[in-house]
Design a protein around this ligand. Structure first.
Ligand code: THU
Length: 128
């Protein structure tokens, strides 16, 4: 099992999802090779829930990582679970055109580029 996928699988088991019972794990790889994992962390005030992908990228940024190559996302769904719109926007801002690898517990996987999942993205270049 590649370390990035293993990190996402391990993180999924740490998901705090008492409301949805939908466990998600993510692991992002920095250019320097470091891997940062995240899981979804739900809240009784539902809107405060944070997805696995954002947990992983925020953790990476907090640890000083700046450039990223790819993120792996795992959920237990026959149709591979993609990042939500909010996570796509956050990843675009912090990572640019990242590779996104989705997989499930059956070992099925698919790879995408973020620019294809979030076309015509808004970002800091519009703020000048
Ligand atoms: N969730 C993620 O963590 N990542 C995704 O890509 C999709 C959704 C979480 C948020 C919430 O805790 C649960 O899955 C159900 O939406």
């Amino acid at each position: 099992m590649p370390p990035l996928l293993q990190a996402a699988l391990d993180a999924r088991l740490r998901a705090h999802a008492p409301f949805s019972h939908f466990l998600v794990g993510a692991a992002i790889e920095a250019e320097d090779g470091r891997i940062f994992a995240g899981c979804n962390v739900e809240n009784s005030s539902y809107g405060l829930t944070i997805c696995a992908e954002r947990t992983a990228i925020f953790r990476a940024v907090a640890e000083g990582a700046k450039r990223f190559t790819r993120i792996a996302v795992v959920a237990d769904t026959p149709k591979l679970t993609p990042p939500c719109g909010a996570c796509r926007q956050v990843l675009w801002d912090l990572c640019g055109d990242l590779e996104i690898i989705l997989f499930n517990l059956q070992g099925e996987s698919a790879s995408f580029r973020l620019k294809d999942l979030l076309p015509h993205a808004f970002d800091a270049t519009f703020l000048n």
